[in-house]
Design a protein around this ligand. Sequence first.
Ligand code: F0G
Length: 357
Amino acid sequence: LDRSEEGVWRYKEFMPCNKEVSVAEGNTPLYETDQLADWVGVKSLYIKNEGSNPTGSFKDRGMTAGVSKAIELGLKNVGCASTGNTSAALSIFAAKADINSVVLLPAGKVAMGKVAQAIMHGAKVISIKDNFDKALELIQEVSERENVYLLNSINPVRLEGQKTIGYEIIEQLNWNVPDSIFLPVGNAGNISAIFKGLREWRNLGLIDKIPKMVGIQSEGSKPFVDAIKNEKETIEQEMNPETLATAIRIGKPVNGPKALEAARETNGTAESVSDEEIVEAQKKLARLEGIGVEPASASSVAGLKKLVEKGKIGKEEEIVCVTTGHLLKDPEEVADVCKKPIEVEPNLDKIIDLIND
Ligand code: F0G
């Protein structure tokens, strides 16, 4: 490994291109928890906090690779459909590389922080009056008709960057392989990426096993969970996905086949959680450990708690939950689920009364 590099490009031997554009992505903290582990009911729980990336989500890892590839190919236009985070990451790397980016978003269903990033970094932002699945279909057609390089996770270069999440976890645990890795599943790219990376390391003999890969979805949007639970060979599209975790409001995961393989080959599984369970886990992460995450991220912890309660995950297991996006991505959700600030006159007695209330 190249000790002069940190983050994604530390693993350049495992990447499909050279570093052409970077904003110091990756190298995110792995927190050992105690109170959260108690709440969940396991002895050993780590949080790999991808919200610490420059744009506040793991998508930066995929985009440093994806946009580097675009530059290597001499391309000047990149595009994606997105529930928000992918668009934020694409636009920052396109800005840094001085190329054009276009993003298609599902109108009204993208958290404010993510739209803010895409428009501030200078992407052409188009909101489609339909959901993410339709936006993805459309951007694929755009990329076939126009000179736009598609950077959704259907592009395998993206997954090559994201697989470094797994490499960092192993190194941060001093080459100890955890029993399970939990993560939220939307388009199913990330679970596939981490699995691919760790399989490469296992095949090289760098590690001797791959953790169980466990994918968590929201109850209103769970085509992957249905396929795992019903032992289906393919994933059936959920036509009207709905959840407060808008990042994973996806009915047709394009990386479905790879993700099914990731869960099945590792003896992993999948579980769904309600929006209420997601919010509860989000508050526990924030208040027990000081880790602020957006709702989709908290689903990994909510799903773990559920599987521990069902007896499907042992209390002695060593678990890593990947929290994929930062709390500030979705301030409107926070305003909806937390107590409002108390507004008062600038009067000392009133303030003291409120403090002692
Ligand atoms: N968590 C967050 C915060 C996400 O933004 C996403 C996906 C996921 C989890 C799921 O990852 O798709 O690889 O299974 N967001 C995409 C986007 C779809 O457009 O930002 P996945």
